[in-house]
Design a protein around this ligand. Sequence first.
Ligand code: HEM
Length: 429
Amino acid sequence: MQTVRWVKRPTAYLESCRMRYGDVFTMRLMHEGTWVLFSHPEAVKQIFTGSPEVFHAGEANSILAPVLGSHSVLVLDERPHMVQRKLMLPAFHGERMHRYRELIADVASRELSLWPRREAVALAPRMQALTLEVIMRAVFGVREADRLEELRRRLRAFLDATSNPRVWAVLVLLGPERGVGTAPFRRALGRVDAVIYDEIRRRREAPDLQERDDILSMLLGARHEDGSPMTDAELRDELMTLLVAGHETTASALSWALERLVRHPHKLERLRTEALAGGDEYVDAVAKETLRLRPILPLVVRRLTEPVAIAGHELPAGTTVACCIYLMHRRPEVYPDPGAFRPERFLEQPAGTYTWIPFGGGVRRCLGGSFAMFEMKTVLQTLAASASLAPADPRAEHVRRRAITFVPERGAEVVVGDAVAPAGEKVAA
Ligand code: HEM
């Protein structure tokens, strides 16, 4: 029953557990064992700053290992994790992200030009197409039209297979090892692997490798402590990790931002005015508030390798502890009127390290956090500046689960109009 409630109505389930049990409670899930959830800032701080030898995230993420591969930064722990993370960190440095502004804005403008006008359009699939395009260009660094097309086709088939509810039902029933052993899944994965290995091989030989800005080219230049480069298998696993970790998450975050903004036209208007004036303070607050109110992942997990006391509870080795992002972001003493969409709160007070945690924390904090924030802000500014957006139906969209992310139930349906407000001109209310 707990697994069914967690899969079917996750937010209502979390709320009801908090009402009934308070800040600490246990969930027992099929194939996952016992999870102990925490949502008090002190407990979350203890978990995020705890020794990586005791708080294993890789082990807790092992459900992803058959797809991501054994070198993936997400499924490793302790020293092997730090080795991979250090190799990747420079490529994701916050300041480097500005190099992708033009690329992201172009992809967003092109995407917007394809949307039908004056009829309901679900943005979630459009945002998936957009974030996939950004990953193919900025992360994989593919430029040639025919190779982009081939990669797009294979990645789409693979990603659709991973988020298909029937595939998830199989994963829940059989467990990850047997679930990904199914023939259609293996085939889709094999096709993606072939094209990724091909891209790695070609890029190694590219004469302009040194001048390229994309993440794969950066990783090809990264060196282990002994001076050796990353192997093809390491590169494949990390590219797959970036794709799986970065594509659907950012697409869902953008869908939610727009789902909320179209129902708050004054806030959308403020964003548009700022975008046209070249500012970026309010859009930052909008992205933060979206990830607070509609976190894409409801929790992050760690598995204990030895007994630990957290918030007065003695937990044995082997327990999975979870920081509950969803419940943390709804604490009224941290976020007054927590259900309201109010980006202004982040203009009034900065986001707290242990209270605003959409990207997790500590040595496992999302590697692509700056990338995702930058992409969200650039896309929102581009769209707000060049189109008028209104809700297709004034009723708010509820949270629905798609694979492991939380998405708007109707896919963020909006009506798009052309009305572009020239800079400085007032837009009719
Ligand atoms: C809004 C979009 C995103 C959200 C909400 C998100 C959220 C998260 C969360 C919650 C974690 C786990 C952190 C922890 O265990 O403490 C994580 C890890 C990770 N994310 Fe993201 N992510 C997003 C976008 C991205 C993007 C765009 C990329 C890369 C292109 C990316 C790459 C990664 C990687 C590599 C890890 C593993 C880090 C490690 O284990 O050391 N993510 N992300």
